[in-house]
Ligand binder design. Structure first.
Ligand code: DI6
Ligand code: FE
Length: 404
């Protein structure tokens, strides 16, 4: 099946910088892959397509990639938000047994079908904003049975939404109640669960929350060693609330990404630059926690560390399903340029998931994932906030999906 889309302003994001604009562009898909893309006037003569779509000059970008989410859970933490507004800190709430643990309790109590319905609805909301690839972490089960349930749910959501889902094993998210005071025993346990989950095809990468209130660098290292034994790539929640040195540790394992990074040090930046690790910036969590120390964007830029932007959708620190708002916040709160922000949710997000060979830019040979927006120029994606839904169409693997 060959499908031709014509008369679009295409922001390809190809190459290391710039929008890669093709002003009056056409794009031909052969099955799930881009066969030809370029100026419509240069369309090879005699080219035949089974289907043709006129886009009326609309803006086309690579399908957005949300490279950091915790999409599968039950319940919400609105009450905790009220407590934080009254002065309680995220850390104090976690230490008092709330926080991640309260979502773990709600998630364990939910049925597979309930979790699936909740997660699917969230994935479809992301898709309606132009997202075609989403990373989904486990981490609200924290037993072998419940972590498997979450990861299976993530796979099922991908199939049902027609999106590409990458799963990340994040059992090292919090120490569950039943292991209170025995964090090292819990790390032994979650390491022992991993091979069976991996054998079932449920794990694309391994992550940990390296923080005072979660896991130490020594414990994180043990989790990474277990991932390495299975040839699984690693990622890390690093330097979000304090500088624990997790970034340099992750870089020594050639981590795909380090995420959050509000308290990242120059040493951490140098380690990431040397390892080619992507810095995933999560302005939703920064905003919702009313943090005041932004990640060191100018230093990351100067060091040539690729930056990505994601929603970090989760019920505690980033209850948002608005990736375009995250582009705006990455500019307004962190100082990214609109082009860096879009690159952060396309080309660099693909790198953060190890998917750059097929995803993240629009070029012949890449997967045909793109979004169509009722906008003139790609800079408008990061400009407005809450302007409604500019995305009019999402194409995933050459197939058009309903967005409204
Ligand atoms: N950092 C985060 O932003 C999320 N997890 C993490 O390690 C928050 C998860 C939550 O509060 O439920
Ligand atoms: Fe997170």
């Amino acid at each position: 099946m060959r499908t031709l889309w014509r008369h679009a302003r295409i922001a390809t994001l190809a190459g290391p910088r710039g929008w890669g604009l093709v002003e009056r562009g056409a794009l031909l898909a052969d099955g799930d892959t881009i066969a030809w893309l370029g100026d419509e006037a240069a369309l090879p003569a005699g080219l035949r397509a089974d289907e043709e779509h006129e886009l009326g000059g609309a803006l086309v970008t690579p399908g957005l990639i949300d490279c950091h989410t915790h999409l599968v859970y039950a319940g919400n933490r609105a009450q905790e938000f009220e407590l934080r507004l009254q002065g309680a800190s995220y850390e104090a709430i976690a230490q008092a047994g709330g926080g991640i643990r309260s979502t773990v309790a709600a998630t364990r109590a939910a049925s597979d079908d309930e979790l699936h319905a909740l997660a699917l609805q969230r994935a479809l909301a992301l898709r309606a904003e132009g997202v075609t690839v989403v990373e989904i972490k486990s981490g609200y089960g924290l037993t072998p049975h419940d972590e498997a349930r979450l990861l299976r749910c993530a796979r099922r959501v991908g199939a049902d939404a027609g999106m590409t889902v990458r799963t990340t094993y994040l059992a090292a998210h919090a120490v569950p109640l039943e292991y209170e005071g025995r964090a090292d025993d819990y790390v032994d346990a979650l390491i022992a669960w991993l091979p069976a989950l991996h054998a079932e095809g449920l794990v694309d990468a391994v992550d940990a929350f390296c923080e005072r209130i979660a896991f130490s660098p020594a414990q994180t290292r043990r989790v990474f060693d277990a991932a390495q034994r299975l040839n699984l790539p690693v990622k890390l929640h690093a330097e979000q609330l304090s500088d624990s040195g997790g970034t340099a540790l992750a870089a020594s394992y050639r981590a795909l990404s380090c995420d959050h990074l509000e308290h990242l040090s120059p040493t951490g930046i140098a380690a990431m630059a040397a390892a080619g690790t992507v810095a995933v910036l999560l302005p939703g969590a920064y905003y919702h926690l009313r943090d005041t120390a932004p990640p060191p964007v100018a230093a990351l830029r100067a060091a040539g560390v690729p930056m990505a932007v994601a929603t970090d959708h989760n019920p505690g620190s980033s209850p948002t399903l608005a990736p375009l708002l995250m582009l705006n916040m990455a500019c307004a709160l962190f100082g990214l340029t609109p082009e860096e922000a879009l690159r952060g949710m396309t080309a660099n997000a693909a790198r953060a998931l190890g998917l750059a060979a097929r995803h993240g830019t629009l070029e012949a040979g890449k997967r045909c994932d793109f979004a169509v927006f009722a906008l003139d120029h790609p800079r408008e994606l990061a400009y407005g906030f809450g302007l409604g839904r500019p995305c009019t169409r999402v194409v995933c693997g050459g197939r058009a999906l309903e967005t409204r």
